[in-house]
Ligand binder design. Structure first.
Ligand code: HEM
Length: 484
């Protein structure tokens, strides 16, 4: 059991404080908070300004979307490293239908099923489905490194080509195609171009994903369009039927291609169509949706860190790979201490899925660093990792990207890294809600750095934002010259 779980025991030295903040007038309060969140203050300032005003990292607020998509937008926000981990403790929080927060898209998006991500571990289907996912990942684990390296090789060729031809290359676009091709091939045992999808997978997935996510998205349009955008994106659910044709195309291709995985699901007692809808969600939402943000975020922070870190990374990577006779294996990757730390630091400073929700299963006391708060059974708790993982009481220079933060003694800090909806020091099980792809995600990020710095010495990028993540444009890509 980790230190955080022990922290949830009563700590008499902290005084019980009433949870500050309020929800405002019905209807008006949630709409005002929504406009503050998206337009007046922006995501981070929304929380930071409330922490400062209320002098507390635990407070009441509304979370978007609110009316008329979510019936109850009231949450208790937990924004420090001490209170946040209660959200990871399944004995204390219920995770039924809270995958996207205070609203849940219609099951029409997922073939009429509530797929695994929406199930609480107490629901029997959760264990069956998660066991199936974990076993599929385990069966395919030896294929990950060679397959991902192949797909990356393809991506880098295109990236170089665009930089040479156009003086710049849009990484996100190339990343979308590469990520979809890789994850589809991993689970379905064939390249999407050998199916009727050809290169249209990412497009169909985006058309299906976007309406499920619009309640938490802004397109960053000019100010005078804010209210119009708010009305269309955040007030009424998008009708799932409009994107059903795209979903059906994806579903049919999975049905035809993923025979091995689906046979195994049936052997485990999961109905074939239920398994297939869950697999589409796993590959297209959990995995592809995550990879859309994951890799641009890693390259963004490594890019911003600049030449010194690039030199250190390429030296470590080339030396270790040379010593291993040119092979990239799990044990080679394990020896790259700086590379590993850089991956964790990127996941800490910009967690790809930063919001977590959970309903209190019973009355409980939750502690911040300086007070204790009574949370009542049924209240919705909400955590924002981006702020909780920058807790100055835990991390030195929390807002800075420190590449070697998790090297040596620093490894102990991994217990405060929760991008996977669990402790980085623990592994997902069928009894919890930790990301089933946790090890795969960390591995892919390590391989990305290795493949990159085996080819290139350094690079320069432009960084922007796009919907829920960073936008990375390559301006310069310097090919490998030598080990310095
Ligand atoms: C690529 C980056 C990824 C990120 C950032 C990510 C993050 C997360 C997070 C935060 C959750 C918990 C959501 C919640 O309940 O609050 C989750 C759940 C899940 N993830 Fe991932 N994930 C990623 C990739 C993957 C991959 C590659 C797979 C599998 C191939 C995967 C499979 C799952 C599954 C099955 C769940 C639901 C777990 C459960 O219901 O117990 N994810 N992921």
């Amino acid at each position: 059991m980790s230190a955080q779980k022990d922290d949830q025991k009563p700590q008499p030295q902290l005084h019980l404080r009433e949870i500050p903040g309020d929800y405002g007038l019905p209807l008006f309060g949630p709409i005002k908070d929504r406009l503050d969140f998206f337009y007046n203050q922006g995501r981070d300032n929304f929380f930071i300004s409330r922490i400062q005003k209320l002098q507390s990292t635990v407070f009441r607020t509304n979370m978007p979307p609110g009316p008329f998509i979510a019936s109850n937008p009231n949450v208790v926000a937990l924004l420090d490293a001490k209170s946040f981990p209660v959200l990871l403790d399944n004995s204390k929080v219920e995770k039924r239908d809270v995958f996207l927060g205070t609203y849940k898209p219609s099951t029409t998006f997922t073939g009429g099923y509530r797929v695994c991500s929406y199930l609480d571990p107490s629901e029997p289907d959760h264990a069956a489905l998660k066991y199936w996912f974990l076993s599929q990942l385990s069966v395919r684990k030896d294929r990950v490194i060679p397959l991902f390296r192949n797909h990356l090789a393809d991506l880098f060729l295109k990236l170089e080509d665009q930089v040479v031809k156009n003086g710049k290359a849009d990484f996100n676009d190339l990343n979308d195609q590469m990520s979809f091709n890789f994850i589809f091939e991993l689970f379905c045992d064939r390249h999407p171009s050998d199916t009727t999808l050809k290169t249209k997978g990412p497009k169909f997935v985006t058309l299906w994903l976007l309406p499920q996510l619009t309640p938490q998205i802004t397109f960053g349009l000019p100010k005078f369009l804010n209210l119009v955008e708010d009305f269309f994106l955040h007030t009424v659910p998008f009708p799932a039927l409009l994107v059903k044709p795209f979903y059906n195309k994806l579903y049919n291709v999975f049905w035809d291609s993923a025979s091995l995985a689906l046979d195994e699901a049936e052997r485990l007692g999961i109905a074939r169509d239920k398994a297939c809808h869950n697999l589409v969600f796993l590959v297209c939402f959990n995995a592809y949706g995550g990879m859309k943000v994951l890799f641009p975020a890693l390259l963004k922070w490594v890019g911003i860190a600049g030449q010194t870190l690039h030199r250190q990374l390429r030296n470590e990577i080339r030396t270790v790979v040379n010593e291993a006779g040119g092979k990239v294996t799990l044990s080679t990757l394990e020896k790259m201490t700086l590379t590993k730390s850089v991956v964790y630091e990127a996941l800490r400073i910009e967690p790809p899925v930063p919001f977590q929700y959970g309903k209190a299963k019973k009355d409980m006391i939750v502690h911040s660093h300086d007070a204790a708060f009574m949370i009542k059974e049924g209240e919705m708790m909400f955590g924002y990792q981006t702020i909780a993982e920058k807790d100055p009481k835990v991390f030195d220079n929390p807002d800075e990207f420190v590449g070697d933060r998790f090297v040596g003694e620093g490894e102990k800090l991994l217990t405060y890294v929760w991008w996977s909806n669990g402790w980085e020091t623990e592994s997902p099980t069928v009894e919890d809600k930790q990301c089933a792809g946790k090890d795969l995600v960390v591995l892919m990020n390590r391989i990305l750095l290795v493949e990159f710095f085996l080819r290139y010495d350094t690079f320069i990028i432009d960084v922007g934002t796009f919907l829920l993540g960073p936008k990375v444009t390559f301006k310069t890509l310097i090919k490998m010259l030598s080990i310095d």
